[in-house]
Design a protein around this ligand. Sequence first.
Ligand SMILES: C[S@@+](CC[C@H](N)C(=O)[O-])C[C@H]1O[C@@H](n2cnc3c(N)ncnc32)[C@H](O)[C@@H]1O
Length: 280
Amino acid sequence: MLGHSESIESVKRYYDALGEKEWDRLAATMRGRVSLEVHRRFLGRFVQPGWRVLEVGAGPGRFTRELAALGTRVVVTDVSDVQLDLNKVRLRGTDAEHYVERRELLDVSDTGRYADGEFDAVVAFGGPLSYAFERTDEAMRGLLRVVRPDGFVVASVMSLLGTWRYFLAAITTLGEVVGEDANDEVLRTGDLRHFAREPGDHICRMFRWSDVEALVERGGGRIVDGSASNWASLGDPQALARLEADSGRWERFIAHEIAACAEPGARDGGTHILFAAGAP
Ligand SMILES: C[S@@+](CC[C@H](N)C(=O)[O-])C[C@H]1O[C@@H](n2cnc3c(N)ncnc32)[C@H](O)[C@@H]1O
């Protein structure tokens, strides 16, 4: 299995190569569009206009734009210089760019350059904490440290159980190709490196809701709230297409979906897990 530094390098290369396609992740599919809405509304509950926010793993800027729309000032960061450049290009000439304080390269585990409590909130959507591997605890502690005591860390990580359920066919195939021992290890640890064979393979660490709770607790924080990224929207695509075709029904569906995703019994059910954490 890849070691920590090789893993970070591999993820960086993956996102450098993915480039512009990362922008489509939350727009191209129905589950992506629902996930975007769930993330967008979750974010809106935890940041206030005028706040100074550290955005980690910002990618091309879907949530940088949202943070700007919410009236926050943003330090935009990412481990991939390609993604950071794309963020600049995407926001260039838009009002959102006025809300960007600066952009810098940052590994989620290396927040030592920031002062204690210097941000009102930290946002790490789309899995930066899933790419911290052996330094996940350190990364979580760092994010909690740089946020002021009554601010929030708002993050999402890849979900182990929801991903297994939704991608059962692909994961079963990987088990057949790579071996059932690797499959057992992925399901035990959430670590996709047990499946990785080629240099370009996507690797990450997936979490159960109980892992997220334990991670926050070990980091010295407390969970304020949580949600799945999807519950019903990983279901029948044709039913979903009918709902999306009618804006009134879609809006009602999204409201039901967001309420369902927040239920403790649903938090493991989507492809991602969202959480907000603060000081105890
Ligand atoms: C799935 S994208 C999410 C982008 C954006 N936050 C969103 O939710 O749309 C994951 C981002 O995290 C970045 N990333 C990966 N590993 C990271 C690490 N160790 N530290 C910081 N960012 C990382 C990637 O370069 C990529 O831009």
